[in-house]
Design a protein. Structure first.
Ligand code: SF4
Length: 510
């Protein structure tokens, strides 16, 4: 039994007339470290009249009986989450497609980055989907379902379809992504010892990243970058410190916060005054490898720092919009060493648009130069392979073929091992199917259902494609012309498709 501390006043509810499950497609430990999931849960948990239960992929029995459920909300963050979602639906004897469910069955809806970027492969599964920042839309949609609970489903869905950020596949023709103003600092409202990041208080400092790397969904789904007020952040940190000494600051470009140094100074002063604080940050950009920031993080217990350089050559880093020079990389290492760190981890990507063998060799050459310049300093690499994501400037570029990616991976493994550098590379085979889903359309719904039925392993993806005559290369590896209508064009996300085309052309012409 896990130990949970609630950081908010839970109303004592006696009279519910609406029951919900909130499903997380992963184990409890991950759910309890998921800021978005827990915050959305809290928002509904404090409402009158609604009983909501958290349900995970490893939940064995539920407190609320299946037949009493009025609505099921689901978080959909990773492409492969569909497996856990289908398993959960089938386990509870709900048909996978909305049209095959009865009037008495609950309304089933989902939200999250996968859905916001391209909901098309799942349009027959959910009654409705939330496009964009979920906090307000999720809450308002739930309230509406509660309010109209005695009406026919079709009437409820019609009302939902009028809300900004709600996509009802049977009704909506165009949907605009909902973008929230960050007027509050969201945090993990429950601290749990069963969480993956045990007893850690996570808070959001900013949302989005203004760097706009051509492949990056986290950036393009969350434009413009938004910052939480400094005072609200400090107030929230103080709330967390009343319950735990482990604090994690979250945001895709956290150090872009105009007062990030002040936040670090605030924490450092507390540590210097004798308070035990363990603080970590989700990521650092190269321009934040400055002593004021790195010193605080080291003092606050952060052992490893990572730097996403993405590509070995400056040319390719320009193509992806990561304008990072070699001198900036050296400067980051200088600061890390001066602050007492023994090593650094680099993140990179292979198979990026316009990449050549010279770009790959440049990763090795850069590593040699670093090793020579910083004897005894540890560097290691984590690579993933490029996956085109809908609603980014690189959505028109297919993946490189598997053989060539494997050749590049083997070359990097061999050459970097010779330099004593540890390296890990994501599976090109799985990344291929991720690309297929990211650029998928509604022809893939029956395909993913069958893949699930056949066990969801790599072999099943391949076998089912053959059986159903699905040309997986069309989705994963083909380049698309800019004029081609895309299945997700009906999702309006600022700055819009015209901008993405311009940006895409500008980037690859460098
Ligand atoms: S810097 Fe990181 S988070 Fe920002 S756009 Fe690039 S890859 Fe995305």
């Amino acid at each position: 039994m896990s130990n949970e501390t609630f950081l908010y006043d839970r109303p004592i509810k006696k009279d519910y007339d609406f029951n919900m499950w909130f499903f997380f497609p992963g184990p409890e430990s991950f759910a309890m470290s998921s800021l978005g999931y827990l915050w959305l849960y809290r928002a509904i948990d404090i409402l009158d009249g609604i009983d909501i239960e958290r349900v995970y992929s490893d939940t064995k029995t539920t407190r609320i009986m299946r037949d009493k459920i009025n609505a099921i909300a689901m978080s959909f963050t990773f492409d492969m989450d569909f497996m856990a979602i289908f398993k959960f639906l089938e386990w509870n004897k709900f048909a996978l497609k909305a049209k095959d469910r009865n009037e008495d069955d609950p309304i089933i809806f989902a939200g999250g980055p996968v859905i916001s970027s391209n909901p098309e492969p799942y349009k027959e599964i959910f009654d409705f989907m939330v496009i964009g920042d979920g906090e307000e839309v999720n809450l308002e949609a739930t309230k509406l379902c509660h309010q109209l609970k005695d009406k026919p489903k079709s009437e409820i869905l019609l009302e939902l379809s009028k809300m900004e950020g709600v996509y009802v596949p049977t009704i909506t023709k165009k949907v605009t992504k909902f973008t929230k103003k960050l007027t509050e600092c969201i945090y993990t409202p429950i601290i749990s010892d069963s969480a993956f990041f045990q007893n850690t208080f996570i808070l959001e400092v900013e949302r989005g990243c203004a760097n706009r790397c051509g492949f990056c969904l986290a950036s393009y789904l969350n434009l413009p970058i938004r910052f939480v007020d400094y005072d609200k952040i400090i107030e929230t940190i103080e709330l967390g410190l009343k319950h735990t000494n482990k604090i994690a600051l979250l945001g895709a470009q956290i150090t872009a916060h105009p007062k990030f140094k002040d936040i670090c100074k605030y924490i450092e002063q507390k540590i210097d005054a004798g308070q035990e604080i363990d603080m970590s940050v989700s990521s650092l950009r190269v321009d934040s490898f400055v002593p004021e920031i790195v010193n605080t993080l080291v003092k606050a217990g952060q052992k490893n720092l990572t730097l996403a350089i993405e590509a070995g050559s400056e040319r390719l880093r320009k193509v992806i919009n990561k304008n990072l020079t070699e001198d900036q990389i050296y400067n980051a290492i200088d600061v890390a060493r001066a602050c007492g760190l023994k090593g650094i981890k680099f993140y990179g990507m292979i198979g990026l648009p316009t990449e050549t063998q010279e770009d790959i060799e440049e990763i090795v050459n850069l590593s040699k130069r670093i090793k020579q310049k910083y004897k005894g300093f540890d560097i290691n690499f984590g690579f993933s392979t490029f996956v085109p994501k809908a609603n980014t400037p690189f959505q028109w570029f297919g993946r490189e073929d598997e053989k060539s990616l494997e050749k590049k991976s083997n070359y990097l493994k061999k050459e970097l091992h010779k330099l004593g550098i540890q390296i890990s590379i994501s599976s090109a085979k799985w990344d291929y199917y991720q690309a297929l889903l990211s650029r998928g359309d509604d022809n893939l719904t029956d395909y993913v259902i069958e893949v699930y039925k056949q066990g969801g392993k790599l072999g099943a993806f391949k076998k089912v494609a053959k059986e159903m005559k699905i040309n997986t290369d069309y989705y994963a590896t083909e380049n698309y012309p800019y004029e081609k209508p895309l299945p997700w064009d009906f999702v309006e996300i600022k700055p819009g498709k015209e901008f993405l085309i311009e940006e895409s052309k500008r980037l690859v012409s460098q």
